[in-house]
Ligand binder design. Structure first.
Ligand code: HPA
Length: 297
C-alpha cells in the first residue's frame, strides 16, 4: 500500500478557520516607529530635505492652496504611517508647497480622533515632520464661533486652547507645564501681513471637543464662558508639536456662529460652503503664517 502523503504545514495552515477569519478582518493600522521613520524617508526622497514648515489643513482648507504654488504631491496611500481621511472636505495627499524661497509640507487632510483613529494616527503628520527636522507648525481648522462678535467667514488666530477631549498627549514626564507657547512676533507679523492684503484676522481662544456632534444650546452657553471658538480637532497635534519643541501657530476659520437662544441647525455642508466662500481669505492667512515663520532656532 502506498504511504499516505503528508500534507505540508502550509496547506493545513491555509485551511485553518482562524486564518480565514483574519483574512476578512479590517487592517488595523499601528504606527510603529519604523512606519513613521519609513514615511519620513519616502518624503525626504521625493521632496528633498529643505522643508521649513508643516501645515495641517482643516475641513475645506486644503483648497486654499493655489495649484501654482504646488511643487510636488504624494497620495497618503503611499505613506505607511498615514491612514485614509473619511471626512468630506479633506484631501488625501501630502503636498510640497513653495512660498517664495520657503518649502512647506502641506497635509491636505486631517486625521480626527472621532473617525476611529488612535491618537498616534492623529499626530502622525507632526511626528513625520519632526523626523524631517521641521520646527514650525501651522495648524488650521474649521470652527464654530462662540464669541458673539464673530461672523461666519472670519479667521481667528488661536491665542490659547482649552482641551475638553479628556485625552492628553504628554511625554513621559508627569505634571508637565502646559503654558501656551505662542511666538508673539510670528502672530503679530502674520496679522500685519494679512492686513496689508486687506484681510483682518481676529484673535481668540479655541476649545477642543472630541465630537462628532455639534453642540446643544446649553453646551454653547457653557463653552461661551471659556472660549471664542469651538471645534473637534487640533488640540493633540498642538500638544504633540509643542512637545517636539516646534513653534506652533494655529488658526480657525469660523464656518458658523453658535447662539444659546435659537435651535442650532448646523450641517457639515454649511461648514464646507463657508470654507469655500472664505477660501481666498484663508489662503492669505496660510501664506502669511508661512512667510513670517520665525527663523530656525
Ligand atoms: N462645533 C464644533 N465643531 C465645529 C463647528 C461647531 O459649531 N463648526 C465647525 N466645526
Amino acid at each position: 500500500m502506498p504511504h499516505k502523503k503528508f500534507k505540508p504545514a502550509k496547506v493545513r495552515a491555509f485551511f485553518c478557520p482562524l486564518k480565514v477569519v483574519l483574512l476578512f478582518m479590517p487592517t488595523i493600522h499601528i504606527n510603529t516607529f519604523t512606519s513613521v521613520q519609513d514615511s519620513a524617508d519616502i518624503l525626504r526622497q521625493e521632496f528633498g530635505g529643505d522643508i521649513e514648515l508643516v501645515v495641517i489643513a482643516g475641513s475645506g482648507v486644503y483648497k486654499a492652496i493655489s495649484e501654482q504654488s504646488i511643487v510636488n504631491r504624494i497620495p497618503y496611500a503611499k505613506i505607511p504611517a498615514l491612514t485614509t481621511t473619511s471626512v468630506q472636505g479633506h484631501g488625501s495627499d501630502v503636498v510640497l508647497v513653495r512660498f517664495g524661497s520657503k518649502y512647506v509640507l502641506f497635509f491636505t487632510g486631517r486625521f480626527h480622533y472621532y473617525e476611529g483613529n488612535t491618537i498616534e494616527q492623529v499626530v502622525a503628520p507632526i511626528r513625520i515632520a519632526s523626523l524631517l527636522g521641521i520646527q514650525q507648525t501651522v495648524l488650521t481648522n474649521a470652527a464654530g464661533g462662540l464669541n458673539p462678535a464673530f461672523k461666519a467667514g472670519d479667521v481667528m488666530l488661536i491665542n490659547d486652547v482649552v482641551n475638553m477631549t479628556g485625552l492628553t498627549i504628554s511625554d513621559t514626564k508627569r505634571f508637565a507645564s502646559q503654558d501656551t507657547k505662542v511666538v508673539r512676533d510670528w502672530y503679530d507679523e502674520t496679522e500685519s501681513y494679512c492686513l496689508a492684503r486687506g484681510v483682518k484676522v481676529l484673535s481668540g481662544s479655541y476649545v477642543a471637543l472630541t465630537g462628532p456632534c455639534y453642540e446643544t444650546r446649553a453646551e454653547v452657553r457653557y463653552y461661551r464662558k471659556i472660549a471664542d471658538a469651538i471645534g473637534m480637532s487640533t488640540i493633540h497635534e498642538y500638544q504633540f508639536a509643542t512637545m517636539c519643541g516646534m513653534n506652533v501657530l494655529s488658526c480657525s476659520m469660523i464656518t458658523n456662529t453658535l447662539t444659546d437662544t435659537t435651535v442650532q441647525s448646523i450641517t457639515h455642508n454649511e461648514v464646507l460652503e463657508t470654507a469655500e466662500r472664505a477660501r481666498g481669505k484663508m489662503s492669505v492667512v496660510i501664506e502669511a503664517a508661512c512667510v513670517n515663520a520665525p527663523k530656525l532656532r
